[in-house]
Design a protein around this ligand. Sequence first.
Ligand code: SF4
Length: 281
Amino acid sequence: MVKYETDKVMTWCSNCGNFGIQNALTRALVLEDMERNDFLLCFDIGCNGNAADKFEAYTIHGLHGRVISLAAGAALANERMKVIAFAGDGATFSEGVNHLVHGIRNNYNMVFIHHNNENYGLTIGQASACTRKGVKMNGTMDGVVVDPINPVEFALNMGPSFVARGYSGNVDQLTDIMRAALNHKGFAFVEVLQACPTYNRSTPDAWYGERMKDISELKGYDRGNLEQARRVAADMDKDIYSGILYVNESKQDLLSLQKSREGAKTQLVDEVKFYDVSELM
Ligand code: SF4
């Protein structure tokens, strides 16, 4: 674990679910024996993004809602590094939802960790597109009046190659999910449900603790069956299943589909050259 630690002090509130997510990621990277130059961490704006300078690794802190496009560019340029992107529910399903659609559809070879605390925590607790109906937040004092987006259901409807749901309170399972995501060739969508004890009182850890179920305990579950995954993912209130919910290994990532890259021995980043355009000017 020491491998990626810095002496910077983490600024998250105590008992924030982000600690569990950071812990699982660090464990997954160590268990996969990844050195610092084997991966790139790309952070969006949000509480999750405050981890950007807390890893002794290559990190980028991008614009709000744009982390998938930023990370996809890096993933296309250099497949020698595993690109891992992070964004909260605000950035993912409001500012940047268009990027998620095309990230999944194009199956960029990257991991996307979706921190879902069901609110905009960094800006002191406004409702996001994932806040539950009826919940009172700053700015919606009478309660949210529309139904929330279910992130896993959304991802399953975009033709994905890998969809998982974890919970920040189950670090062992989340570590396994992240290890599988790191080894997946294509866009690995990982939703992580997490408590925000400071601003979202509707779904504390005790609430999740009563409802989270491991998909490995569901008899006959087939992670290659999209319809079954959709049925299981729909329940976000009673039995909330976590684990790797869907995998389609036959879907190729975008670069693998490019005729121009067939037989290429170099990465795109190796092929960057200077061209003299002064005559054209
Ligand atoms: Fe965590 Fe919520 Fe505090 Fe943000 S506001 S650091 S999500 S507890």
